[in-house]
Ligand binder design. Structure first.
Ligand SMILES: Nc1ncnc2c1ncn2[C@@H]1O[C@H](COP(=O)(O)OP(=O)(O)OP(=O)(O)O)[C@@H](O)[C@H]1O
Length: 327
């Protein structure tokens, strides 16, 4: 039977295709080994890495993902289904929606109403999914992202829940729930949003795409142009920018809610220090890369296209396979 040892020995002389066959055999023989867990171990640094090193690692992952392009319709459909559910579940849960991930999937895939959950919670799921579909359309277009598009994202999230507010800037001053932080006064919103969109078009393109998406999210939620739904709109906007740059989306897990809010507050308190928020977004993007690559590397229709990726896994096994416990 194939073992990690035989794989590591083979990796010194076999071709990438042969190694890939061996890897598949190994994964079949050890169904509890997950290729994404394996790759995560490879990528999660033993020593803390600075932001530049982490961005370089994300660029490397992007290179591997690009080596699989064009992605097959089957792979694209599978990724969309997974990410629509997970993004909707986590973003809505951060906002307070009590539907579980499985319940969110039932609502989206089968249109089933979940007992004991409010109509509003169901409408939030449907609205968020519609906003994702719209953001995906925008990601394919080349036109700049302006205020109209941002208001439209908000309108799709809110139109069934608060139709009079959907897509409309707030007409009153608001403060952050649970803190004393006061958002900019409402009469400044037109000016602040014009400046924000200007920044998106010009300055943001000078940053690494992951930095640009993170900073756009932070700037947007700190302006807080809507009465409600700013967090969800901001997370969609961040992912729109990531998608446009060819990166997978960042899903901030609901378990990280507190860390995420503290990262935003840290930015507001310390002259826009975005390091903590960057750490969360970079981790989330890396997770999505690893999962996407694991799906691609093992999909039959990707065979032969992921050579650098397989080689990297093999290199890892060669150096670490015998000493690390694979889980
Ligand atoms: N000082 C702050 N404290 C808490 N949240 C802040 C702060 N500044 C900006 N925010 C952002 O505001 C969001 C909450 O705003 P709002 O309630 O309008 O959005 P939501 O989409 O309804 O909810 P949520 O973002 O919780 O999902 C937070 O998720 C965060 O992104």
């Amino acid at each position: 039977m194939e073992t990690v040892r035989s794989l590591t020995v083979k990796s010194q002389r076999a071709t990438a295709t042969e190694l890939f066959d061996t890897l598949l055999l190994l994964l079949k023989a050890h169904p509890h080994w997950r290729i994404d867990a394996l790759v995560s171990q490879l990528l999660v640094p033993a020593m803390p890495m600075d932001i530049a090193a982490q961005l370089a690692q994300l660029d490397q992952l992007k290179g591997w993902l690009d080596s699989f392009r064009p992605l097959s319709p089957a792979v694209l459909a599978e990724l969309k289904q997974r990410y629509d559910v997970r993004f909707t579940y986590n973003s809505n849960a951060i906002e307070g929606n009590t539907l579980t991930q499985n319940e969110t999937e039932l609502v989206l895939a089968k249109g089933i109403a979940v007992g004991g959950k409010t109509l509003i919670e169901h409408l939030e799921v449907v609205g968020h999914k519609e906003a994702i579909d719209y953001v995906e359309t925008l990601a394919q277009a080349e036109s700049p992202i302006g205020e109209w598009e941002i208001r439209q994202i908000h309108a799709l999230i809110m139109r069934q829940i608060a139709p009079t507010e959907a897509g409309q800037y707030r007409q009153l001053d608001v403060k952050a729930a649970g803190t004393e932080h006061v958002y900019p006064p409402h009469y400044l919103l037109p000016e602040l949003m014009t400046e924000f969109v200007q920044w998106l078009i010009t300055e943001s393109s000078r940053l690494h795409p992951v930095e640009a998406a993170t900073e756009a999210h932070y700037r947007f939620v700190s302006i807080h142009p809507f009465r409600d739904g700013n967090g969800r709109t901001g997370r969609l906007l961040m992912n729109l920018l990531l998608m446009r740059a060819g990166f997978p989306i960042a899903i901030i897990p609901t378990q990280q809610r507190q860390r995420y809010l503290e990262a935003i507050i840290q930015g507001q308190r310390s002259q826009d220090d975005l390091a903590p928020l960057m750490a969360i977004v970079m981790e989330s993007v890396r997770e999505s890369f690893v999962e996407t690559l694991a799906l691609l590397a093992t999909a039959t229709d990707s065979r032969g296209q992921g050579k650098p990726f397989y080689e990297e896994i093999m290199e890892f096994l060669k150096t670490h396979g015998e000493t690390r416990k694979l889980s």
